[in-house]
Design a protein around this ligand. Structure first.
Ligand code: PRX
Length: 685
């Protein structure tokens, strides 16, 4: 994508190959032709009430809704008089069906035994239900009630899904904080949503190392007055084997405050509870029961980066969200109870919420989860998992695919992946070369690929190609899902001509879209419903081709997409400026073959402070400590001054060109001091 000085977007991709669904795939798919897809889509836009009430029958409502949408721009309510429970949609509904004794989750841990075999845990729907009921009862016992927020800070273990569903069961909105976030980031999110409890774990494994979740959790909750209860899952085998007293001593919130004579579970005024969902958690009949909740009851808050200030707590509610997650599983992934679905995302991001936890379980499929990294102990961890478990659908990110291309075809070729029947990608635009490699090497040339465009805010897939109905074009996300009405518009909101670049907007609300930003409805309005009047602004740039396909080119606001992770430049800058040596900082992205975008920061030091390599490392470490290692900049340049307009605005466009090593073609006439730019050209990273 390139941005010229008038702000219009020029799209240059001219990919023209198409891949048509095979007759075999088409035969088993929910939607079998483009005409059928178009008729359904048109109905979803022209008659949203009729369409969505009909689709909503797919869920096990306690009270069926009689109306679909109530729209008071920009606030939508969906299925308002309906009642349901998301955990029932995922679990209880399968009682008495063949799914009940079938695996819901298959999990592989990271440590490998002498034979190179990982630990594997399989939970049937019945077993997962049992664990969720026990934890729900435990949450209730500890005073957590409907409406209370619960933060979840865990690694990729089955217990994280148990925790999410247990919260949903009692109507306590959860906020899952990605385990890669640092303590301060966890603290800020807990404080923002006023969580009453934190569910965490001692540690998890990644690339043979221990991720010290408890250390970070402990440091965070000590600064969080709203947290009354901390529930800890023991992951490390020797911790799991501890008796309760030893466990409580080990995980006390402050050794010095540990008082043997007081209630052994009270530490620093916070209750420490062991996460024992396995069998010994005693509870009274009914204590773990699901409650019927209004469709608009808050299901979760998930923090995501915006273009300004602190992360936004995206709020999703029960009925619309679960319907979106379920329907997209069925229509987009062609998901059936016989499928083994492998979404490689972390549950701390929206992809993990919708396509590990809620969507596949509400569809009765089996989900694979793994702890660790795709390239450890060898670059074939995923292919090994696919072969061992006979995975049928794989959903991963372009950045991962590009990394696999680099390590070579020999790794996937060692494995029999003939069980795969469909592939998906998400998180960033996929370059056609990577798409073709994925199709040929991983899909054996026989699996359709669904490129899925969506966002934390849309809750579920919004643009894609239904795999049995329409052709895929490598590099294009495809056509709108039901109820989604995207357009490419100019600054005034006028639709631009076919193939012209512009802003990607959604013309109206859809069931799984965010309802607001937690605690900041004004920001919800300004961030999404004000840039172009009366439509939802996605923040992405795109073009629509003559065939109606959308080609998303990337963000047009100050949000970067680094290895599929959404990072706000403002967050990085404020982390840097919080360091005592830093006067000013600017973060920009530059194209990167592997990560899509790499993060480069320009830093001006306070006067009298010398720019040294040691300080550079210290500043990079500082960002890791404040936000998390995944946000560590790829390059840092010291700058005597930053290029600014006469009104004092940092000209990021120029910095972006500098970081990318390209000559700035744009207008520099508004630049206050041309010497600044000349000085920066010489700086190293
Ligand atoms: O820029 C788009 C990009 O990721 C952004 C959303 O990021 P996040 O909320 O973290 O959710 C990621 C997973 C849904 C979008 O605004 N993006 C996501 N999927 C695609 C994409 N860009 C192009 N093609 C996609 N398939």
């Amino acid at each position: 994508m390139s941005e010229n000085t008038t702000g219009s977007i020029q799209s240059v991709s001219k990919e023209s190959r198409r891949f048509t669904p095979s007759d075999e795939f088409r035969a088993g798919a929910e939607v079998k032709s483009r005409a059928e897809y178009e008729a359904l889509w048109k109905r979803s836009i022209d008659d949203p009430n009729g369409f969505w009430l009909e689709q909503a029958k797919a869920l096990p409502w306690r009270t069926a809704p009689t109306k679909a949408l109530e729209w008071r721009e920009p606030h939508a309510k969906w299925f308002e008089d309906g009642e349901l429970n998301a955990s029932e949609c995922c679990l209880d509904r399968w009682k008495g069906t063949a799914n009940w004794q079938k695996a819901a989750l298959v999990w592989e841990g990271e440590p490998f035994d002498a034979q190179g075999q990982p630990e594997i845990v399989t939970l049937t729907y019945a077993q997962l239900h049992d664990r969720v009921v026990r934890l729900a009862a435990k949450l209730r016992r500890n005073g957590i009630e409907k409406g209370d927020r619960v933060a979840i800070y865990m690694g990729m273990v089955p217990e994280v899904v148990v925790a999410m569903l247990a919260c949903a069961r009692i109507g306590a909105p959860h906020t899952v904080v990605f385990g890669g976030f640092a303590s301060d980031a966890l603290r800020d999110r807990i404080i923002d949503c006023g969580a009453k409890a934190l569910v965490t774990q001692d540690m998890s494994y990644r690339r043979g190392n221990e991720v010290k979740l408890w250390e970070a959790a402990k440091a965070a909750v000590e600064q969080c007055p709203t947290i009354a209860t901390v529930i800890v899952h023991a992951r490390r085998p020797d911790h799991a084997a501890m008796d309760d007293a030893a466990f409580q001593k080990r995980f006390s919130l402050g050794e010095e405050d540990y008082d043997e004579t007081a209630s052994p579970t009270m530490m620093k005024g916070k209750r420490l509870v062991r996460f024992t969902s396995k069998g010994d958690g005693k509870f009274a009949a009914g204590e773990g029961d699901a409650v019927a909740l209004p469709a608009e009851h808050s299901l979760f808050v998930l923090y995501t980066s915006g273009s300004t200030g602190k992360p936004k707590g995206v709020l999703h509610t029960t009925g619309g969200y679960i319907l979106g997650a379920h329907l997209t599983c069925r229509y987009v992934f062609d998901l059936k109870p016989s499928d083994l679905f492998f979404c490689t995302a972390d549950v701390g991001w929206v992809t993990g919420h919708s396509y590990i936890a809620y969507g596949p379980l509400a569809t009765g499929a089996t989900c694979i989860m793994f702890e660790g990294a795709p390239n450890f102990p060898e670059p074939d961890r995923l292919w090994d998992i696919i072969e061992r478990h006979r995975v049928s659908i794989l959903y991963t990110a372009p950045t991962a695919i590009r990394a696999f291309i680099r390590t070579g075809e020999e790794w996937p070729q060692k494995h029999d992946m003939s069980s795969l029947r469909l592939l998906g990608t998400v998180g960033e635009p996929i370059n056609p070369e990577a798409w073709l490699w994925y199709h040929r090497v991983i899909g054996g040339g026989r699996c359709p690929i669904v490129d899925t465009w969506w966002q934390t805010e849309t809750g579920s897939i919004a643009i894609t190609t239904l795999p049995g109905a329409v052709d895929a074009k490598p590099g294009s996300a495809g056509l709108p899902f039901f109820g989604i009405h995207p357009k490419v518009v100019d600054q005034e909101g006028n639709e631009v001509a076919a193939n012209a670049g512009g802003k990607l907007i959604l013309a109206g609300p859809s069931p799984s879209m965010l309802r607001t930003i937690w605690g900041d409805d004004e920001r919800f309005k300004t961030a999404y419903w004000s840039d172009v009047p009366h439509v939802y602004t996605t923040g992405d740039g795109a073009r629509k081709d003559e065939d109606g396909y959308f080609w998303v080119v990337g963000r047009i606001d100050d949000v970067l997409n680094v290895a599929g992770h959404r990072i706000g430049t403002a967050e990085i800058e404020s982390a840097l400026v919080s360091h005592p040596s830093v006067a000013e900082a600017a973060a920009v992205g530059r194209p990167d073959d592997l990560k899509g975008q790499a993060l480069v920061v320009f830093v001006t030091l306070k006067s009298g402070i010398e720019p040294t390599d040691a300080l550079r490392k210290q500043l990079l470490d500082h960002v890791s400590k404040e936000i998390g290692k995944f946000a560590r900049p790829d390059g840092l340049r010291f700058a005597g001054a930053l290029p600014k307009t006469r009104s004092g605005k940092i000209m990021r466009r120029l910095l972006k060109d500098l970081a990318s090593g390209v000559e700035s073609k744009g207008d520099t006439s508004t630049l206050e001091d041309l010497n600044v730019l000349a000085a920066l050209r010489g700086a190293s990273e």
